[in-house]
Design a protein around this ligand. Structure first.
Ligand code: SF4
Length: 108
């Protein structure tokens, strides 16, 4: 399987944001850490496992947390950002509010 670069993962995140009508976290350093996590996860597991969660050791078991995870739509709609805060709603971003820690719906 072809390895992905940081640029590949950054492009992927930008495409997800564009497709969903979200925006990327404007904090460049914060975003870089998450993009590096996505890149490392792809190269380790072969899919974009969420950079804020642990693997359950199979693609099937991780299906709900492959980015964009199945919880992201609800979190962006209700909390203004996804669990990792990589993706923000446009209105949340425009408000200038800081993303806060939100509960992981995965375990709920
Ligand atoms: S919380 Fe979901 S949408 Fe956000 S980076 Fe992780 S997998 Fe992607």
């Amino acid at each position: 399987m072809k390895e992905k670069s940081i640029e590949d993962a950054a492009l992927f995140a930008a495409m997800v944001a564009g497709k969903q009508g979200w925006v990327l976290n404007p904090d460049e350093e914060f975003r870089r850490v998450l993009i590096e996590g996505l890149t490392a996860n792809w190269n380790r597991y072969g899919y974009f496992l969420c950079p804020c969660r642990d693997t359950e050791n199979s693609r099937e078991a991780d299906a709900d947390v492959v980015c964009p995870c199945k919880y992201s739509w609800g979190d962006v709609a209700e909390r203004g950002h996804c669990f990792c805060a990589l993706f923000l709603s446009k209105s949340f971003a425009a408000s200038g509010a800081e993303p806060s820690g939100i509960p992981d719906r995965r375990g709920l």
